[in-house]
Design a protein around this ligand. Structure first.
Ligand SMILES: NC(=O)c1ccc[n+]([C@@H]2O[C@H](COP(=O)([O-])OP(=O)(O)OC[C@H]3O[C@@H](n4cnc5c(N)ncnc54)[C@H](O)[C@@H]3O)[C@@H](O)[C@H]2O)c1
Length: 372
């Protein structure tokens, strides 16, 4: 029988409840034994709605009191580094939310400590598991597009009444590090480096804070916004490919909108997270013939063919509308025999952090910044 994995949650807000807890619950022999949050009301929700009984307001105390194998770090970004370092000090493995840290030096220390101590790490770049993204990855890995000429990746959160939404920790640089570019953009920076199997080597960047003051959700008082609402980057990848990256909170009316377009010598693909089981492509017939076609393309009005994501990449959990998550993949890797191997881990988190920091330097210098 598989050894039971004893998990502690550090941070019990939206992503802990909506993603980490359901993911752990779908894994066999994983038990959420304890949780910690500085908010009593968040802990109360864990107790009443999720049945977690051993609750703490200080993660140092939780780590000292509990026998944990693994922690999930789901706090605001400022606490990822101190919480991960504390967990690793106790020899506890770490699955951390993105972006990994506030700075490159924090992320670097996290990587070094994990590697020195043999800690198993994962970073929740959760969109790698979107079925259409997995199909895009399969097609890219097959080389079907030939030489890549163009890439664009946009991830935006776009509700309504953006300008009048209350301020949260996401609008505070000391708690979030970055705004739309780091929060949303970190996902697609990771995804593009994963897709292209290439690091970003050069970047230029512009960010804007369109709404400089908000009413703080917690206090009802005006607060100054110190993170960007939106950021755009031009990047070069280590294989010479050029790219555009945009991370934003401001796409009014589009909801969570993630689109990646990649065009090459032999064709192109257009991934849209809002259609997770479809991928639009323009590809040679011998590649198309490997897949189920939902809508034929090749006409002036509709040049692109829409492919259905094959069942083997859909990741649907039998008997449930839910899909497998990156965290569930992490647990599989955690249990696997032999040396631990998982991506995205702290190393991939560090790569993203380096691009964000280079972007900030590029904007300050109004120039290109090299990462090599
Ligand atoms: N992977 C994804 O798709 C995804 C989606 C949403 C959020 N996130 C990430 O998850 C993290 C949390 O985001 P959220 O939306 O859940 O935010 P949230 O504000 O809903 O929850 C954060 C929680 O952390 C708690 N917290 C803050 N400091 C703490 C400390 N010192 N000790 C213990 N708890 C502490 C807060 O009280 C709060 O309950 C962020 O890093 C965010 O970037 C990732």
């Amino acid at each position: 029988m598989a050894k039971r994995i004893r998990v502690g949650l550090i941070g019990a807000g939206g992503i802990a409840r909506g993603y980490h807890i359901p993911s752990y619950r779908r894994c066999e022999d994983v038990e959420i034994v304890a949780a910690c949050d500085i908010s009593e009301s968040a802990l109360e929700i864990l107790r009443t709605q999720f049945g977690v009984e051993r609750l703490y307001t200080d993660y140092a105390e939780m780590l000292a009191q509990e026998e944990l194998d693994l922690v999930s770090i789901c706090t605001s970004n400022d606490m990822h580094y101190p919480a991960a370092m504390a967990a690793m000090e106790h020899g506890v493995d770490v699955y951390c939310e993105k972006p990994l840290a506030l700075t490159v030096s924090e992320a670097q220390r996290m990587v070094e400590t994990a590697e020195k101590k043999g800690i198993k790490t994962g970073v929740n770049f959760s969109h790698r598991r979107t079925p259409a993204a997995m199909l895009a990855k399969e097609i890219l890995d097959s080389g079907a597009l030939g030489e890549i000429y163009y890439t664009s990746a946009v991830y935006a959160a776009g509700g309504t009444n953006y300008a009048s939404r209350p301020g949260t920790w996401r609008n505070m640089r000391e708690k979030a590090g970055y705004g739309g570019l780091g929060d949303m953009g970190s996902h697609i920076l990771d995804m593009m480096m994963w897709f292209l199997k290439a690091d970003i080597t050069e970047v230029t960047c512009r960010t804007r804070t369109f709404v400089p003051e908000r009413i703080a959700r917690d206090t009802g008082q005006p607060m100054r916004v110190t993170t960007e609402d939106q950021g755009m980057m031009l990047v070069t990848y280590s294989n010479g490919v050029m790219g555009y990256i945009c991370g934003s909170y401001t796409f009014t009316g589009r909801g969570y909108d993630q689109r990646i377009e990649i065009f090459g010598q032999n064709g192109g693909l257009m991934y849209d997270q809002q259609h997770p089981y479809e991928l639009q492509v323009y590809l040679p017939q011998e590649v198309l013939s490997r897949y189920t076609i939902l809508r034929e393309g090749g006409t002036k009005d509709r040049p692109y063919t829409t492919l259905l994501v094959p069942e083997r990449l859909q990741g649907l959990i039998p008997g449930s509308p839910a899909r497998r998550t990156v965290l569930m993949d992490f647990i599989d890797a955690y249990r696997a025999e032999g040396p631990f191997s998982f991506s995205p881990g702290f190393r991939e988190g560090l790569k993203v952090q380096k691009v964000l920091e280079a972007g900030r330097r590029a904007e300050e210098a109004r120039s290109w910044v090299s990462l090599t």
